[in-house]
Design a protein around this ligand. Structure first.
Ligand SMILES: CC(C)(COP(=O)(O)OP(=O)(O)OC[C@H]1O[C@@H](n2cnc3c(N)ncnc32)[C@H](O)[C@@H]1OP(=O)(O)O)[C@@H](O)C(=O)NCCC(=O)NCCS
Length: 347
């Protein structure tokens, strides 16, 4: 198949065109990744699920596919804008929509280090409707992002690749990483888990259990540990996931949703923004009322969630020794919760 790469600036636009989710079925089928070393090389490069659903890993630099995924992610992220009742300042959302989940971003930024799964169904007339997507790190080492300045890092080489003393702007005394508090790098990511990102079901198809179908489809057909444990055959000619499970760095409002889907909180692994006099944070509003950092942190159960019983899901990847620090941060008026971490075990 000939793939035409998007030129550097082509596709670098906010893509709110929901119709882009409908792509020619031929293009979708051609866009599925074939893994030459698959243990079942003659199998199709996708799997068919119940209800006419189709699941597979695509080459995200096929322009029609990049546009489809971008449109789904961009339309969804509109809801996160503070002015639309969400938790993020509009300027932050628009930067992400332009730089990261534009067709260009989907094709070029994440493409090389993630498996881009898409769930689709026939939309009639030779077209397929893309219903849901998730990006899964190909390597268990991949970290898709670390602050807004780094993408696609390898966990084992972060210390060498990242300049932790870099200035935030022109003043060398004002350092970029002073604006964040997150777990020490050695344990920032749980070893053996695949980073996930861009997990979205198309608006208009929410509440149809599609996110469950997507996750179950990946686990049952692509997770090697699960296939081995259940003695299931490999039904496709694509890559398998060889890690222990999924790992997510998630925006605070996502925690409840992810827990409903079987993910569990990684205790003590929160990231915070640290507000400095030279770097004030954009205000967050509840209606017309400005919310302070302490109120924001409390609205996501901090620090209370760490003042009760210990985690119900046992894992050697919880950061229990960091709990005092997380509690102190959540009670610091200059610290604002940025992310929770969640995990999901394949077996
Ligand atoms: C989160 C999301 C992927 C769920 O997809 P969905 O197909 O609508 O979810 P399902 O129908 O499969 O429901 C799965 C479970 O999640 C729960 N759920 C879904 N949306 C929820 C929400 N906004 N808040 C709380 N729980 C939610 C459902 O109640 C259901 O739980 P139940 O079976 O125990 O009742 C979808 O709402 C979405 O794309 N949201 C925007 C992006 C996002 O938040 N992504 C997650 C972080 S990357």
């Amino acid at each position: 198949m000939t793939r035409i790469r998007l030129a550097p600036d082509d596709g670098k636009a906010i893509n709110l065109n929901w119709r882009d989710r409908f792509v020619a079925t031929d293009i979708l089928r051609d866009a599925y990744v074939r893994y030459e070393e698959s243990l079942n090389p003659s199998a199709p490069p996708f799997v068919t699920l119940d209800d006419g659903l189709e699941l597979g890993i695509v080459h995200s630099d096929v322009p029609a596919i990049a546009r489809a995924i971008s449109s789904m992610l961009t339309c969804s992220l509109e809801d996160a804008k503070n002015e639309n009742g969400g938790h993020l300042p509009s300027a932050v959302v628009e930067r992400v929509q332009l730089e990261i989940i534009s067709p260009w971003g989907v094709a070029n930024l994440w493409g090389q280090t993630g498996h881009r799964f898409v769930l689709s169904r026939s939309g009639g007339g030779g077209r397929s409707e893309i219903l849901a997507t998730i990006l899964v790190g190909q390597s268990r080492q991949t970290i898709f992002f670390l602050t807004g300045r780094y993408n696609n890092l390898r966990h084992s080489t972060v210390e060498e690749e990242v300049d932790f003393d870099q200035p935030a702007g022109d003043d060398p005394d004002q350092r970029w990483f002073d604006l964040f508090a997150f777990p020490e790098i050695e344990r920032f990511k749980p070893w053996g888990y695949h980073h996930i990102a861009n997990f979205v079901v198309a608006k208009g198809h929410r509440g149809e259990r599609l996110s469950r179908r997507l996750l179950e489809g990946i686990i049952e057909r692509y997770a090697k540990d699960h296939l081995d444990a259940n003695e299931r055959p490999i039904e496709h000619g694509q890559h398998l996931l060889c890690g222990r499970g999924f790992w997510q760095i998630g925006d605070p409002p996502w925690l409840t949703r992810m827990e409903r889907l079987g993910f569990y909180l990684r205790w003590g692994a929160e990231s915070f923004f640290i507000e400095k006099p030279w770097a004030p944070l954009p205000a967050v509003f509840d209606g017309d009322r400005k919310i302070g950092n302490l109120e924001y942190n409390r609205s996501f159960g901090l620090p209370e969630r760490y003042q009760g019983p210990r985690p119900t899901v046992a894992s050697d990847e919880h950061l229990l020794e960091r709990l005092p620090e997380v509690i102190a941060l959540s009670e610091d008026p200059n610290a604002k919760l940025q992310y929770f971490q969640t995990m999901f075990d394949f077996c």
